[in-house]
Design a protein around this ligand. Structure first.
Ligand code: PPS
Length: 565
């Protein structure tokens, strides 16, 4: 039965918030990252109950090692405030800091009780099951998160502002009140980060029927797996599917959670959060919140590990698991049925996620038995076929390797073809127009490349072609740029693999000579490192081909990927 009592929130009253906001403007302040904003919202509104703030070191270690807070309460995912060492150095334990959103609005204060350097390897292995950066959360942990954590209790001033789908966003107490008002006594929640197709509609409908419960479609709109369909598109898809359910049985509410893709631990976390939102049942599927393959090409988690861990804890959690029925389309009977209930000789039709993406990107038919026409229409609107999508070609290589020359030739060829705007972000030009204050330290190079990545991602998002040609010596930074771009379109890394000896022999700008004489410091290849790309989409050997041929190799790859026709 639903627990209709309100869940504790961390907000202070309206009057106190006004006063606190004024006082907080003098405090040291931390600008929250997008992930931290998601975490803070769920801390403040009770979605992460019983947490009262960002984890202390003691709670963190317990969560990492035992999946429990220091007081023994079940909690599988560390909710931590990661900051830079420079910021952490200025913060004394016992002081308050202001937590601001990305526009500088103060959302909360944090009374700092802990300031420590975490053992990230321990966190990666225990929480995510692998010290492998192909796992998106492990990659985030090592390459995005700050190296110091601050812990302490949070005092909530105001909710993060959302301008989109406002009527579909509910706090735990708002949803609890909604269930109470409608007299819903049993509610089964469906977690998703993908659009709903007919199979999902069938399984959620059946799950609700089996549990004799109402249905809450509770998609994540905070952060999901890099490369997922954006939440704007997904929510329009969900809304169009709602009237497929018997009227007044089903509700759609958006959850501003930042997923970690932590499989079994994540399933338990999702369950605890849904319990806070007033649900009595939770659907757990095959490979729930699985991040895909690891660097060895194997799945990170077993397909039913999440169900197993959830089942072990469901009593304690107070929310019951409904296992996901794998629904398949049976052609003879023109309907969806549970895969384990159909006879062997039935003709089963299926379209995998990969096949769906292929059909969308190539503009091919998506049959009505698979999805709803409104959903397909929305997907096509936001994901035009590949030859109309934006993309980025990212050249990397030593100074003088030929990056700019090949990128220029490629730009001309693409402009000759027409159809999409082309922008060249050449290393030298970027340093003149965007990064004129930067030098060549690791920090400055990273900043320079992240700026290029940001501009390229905007161009890609808006359907253009970005050609980037910096040295970009660090693999981790190139990888971060790839992620930024792949959220919107294709990223093609081109390693211009001219050897250092050849670049130095050419020495077109006379810089190698100066670097050898020690007159230029931190010079890539001479006195500064270059991580050779391990798996670029293209590797070009310029010593055996002329510029036209090098640019043509890229054109062939773009054709091969369906990006140009
Ligand atoms: S980075 O590392 O990607 O930020 O470098 P990038 O912005 O592409 O470098 C642009 C050009 O700066 C010249 N230059 C140096 N390169 C490497 N190391 C040092 N210390 C250095 N100082 C100046 C170099 O000619 C780069 O141009 P390209 O086009 O690569 O020859």
């Amino acid at each position: 039965m639903i627990d209709h009592l309100p869940i504790p929130e961390l907000y202070v009253s309206y009057e106190s918030a006004k006063k606190l906001k004024l006082e907080a403007s003098d405090l040291p302040s931390w600008d929250l990252t997008p992930r931290q904003i998601c975490d803070l919202e769920l801390l403040m509104n009770g979605g992460f109950n019983p947490l009262k703030g960002f984890l202390s070191e003691k709670d963190y270690l317990n969560v990492v090692q035992e999946m429990r807070l220091a007081d023994g309460s079940l909690w599988p995912i560390p909710i931590t405030l990661d900051v830079t060492p420079a910021f952490a150095d200025t913060i004394e334990v016992g002081t308050d800091i202001a937590l601001r959103d990305q526009e500088g609005v103060i959302l909360a204060t944090l009374c700092v009780s802990d300031n420590w350097v975490p053992d990230k390897t321990l966190e990666a292995i225990n929480v995510f099951g692998a010290d492998d950066v192909t796992h998106p959360a492990v990659n985030y942990l090592y390459n995005t998160a700050g190296s110091v954590y601050l812990g302490g209790t949070v005092t909530g001033i105001q909710q993060p502002v959302h301008y989109d789908f406002r009527r579909r966003r509910d706090t735990p107490n708002e949803l609890r009140a909604y269930f109470r008002k409608l007299g819903w006594r049993r509610v089964v929640a469906f977690q998703t980060r993908n659009p709903l197709h007919r199979a999902h509609q069938e399984l959620t409908f059946r799950a609700a029927k089996e549990a004799q419960a109402n249905l809450l479609i509770h998609p994540v709109v905070g952060m999901t797996k890099p490369g997922d369909i954006d939440h704007f598109t997904r929510v329009r898809c969900y809304e169009s599917v709602l009237d497929q359910y018997p009227s007044a049985t089903t509700n759609l509410s958006l959850l501003n959670l930042a997923m970690r893709m932590a499989g079994p631990r994540e399933a338990v976390w999702h369950g605890l959060v849904r319990k806070n939102f007033g649900c009595t049942h939770f659907i757990v599927g095959r490979d729930h919140a699985g991040p895909g393959k690891n660097s060895q090409g194997e799945d990170f988690y077993g397909p039913y590990d999440a169900q197993k861990l959830f089942r072990e804890h469901q009593q304690e959690m107070g929310i019951e698991m409904v296992d996901f029925k794998h629904m398949v389309y049976v052609q003879e009977r023109a309907q969806y049925e549970a895969a384990d209930e159909i006879e062997e000789d039935a003709t089963v039709l299926n379209i995998s996620g990969t096949e769906l993406r292929r059909r969308l990107s190539e503009g091919l038919e998506i049959p009505e038995w698979f999805s709803f026409p409104e959903v397909v229409r929305e997907l096509r609107r936001s994901r035009p076929e590949r030859s109309k999508q934006g993309f980025t070609v990212f050249f990397t290589g030593f100074s003088g390797s030929g990056k700019s020359t090949i990128a220029n030739a490629l730009m001309i060829k693409l402009m000759e073809m027409g159809g999409r705007p082309v922008t060249l972000l050449d290393g030298d030009l970027v340093r003149k127009h965007l990064s004129s204050e930067l030098g060549f330290s690791k920090e400055h190079r990273d900043l320079n490349i992240r700026r290029i990545g940001y501009v390229a991602s905007e161009i890609t998002k808006n359907g253009g072609i970005a050609l980037c040609a910096p040295i970009a010596p660090y693999a981790a930074t190139r990888r971060a740029v790839r992620e930024d771009i792949e959220a919107f379109g294709t990223f093609i890394e081109v390693h211009v693999a001219t050897s250092l000896e050849e670049c130095e022999r050419r020495d077109r700008k006379g810089l190698y000579k100066l670097a050898r004489e020690g007159k230029i410091k931190e010079f890539t290849g001479i006195s500064d490192p270059y991580d050779v790309p391990e798996n670029p989409e293209i590797r070009i050997e310029t010593e055996h081909a002329d510029v036209d041929n090098c640019a043509h190799q890229v054109i062939l790859k773009l054709e091969n990927l369906g990006l140009i026709s």
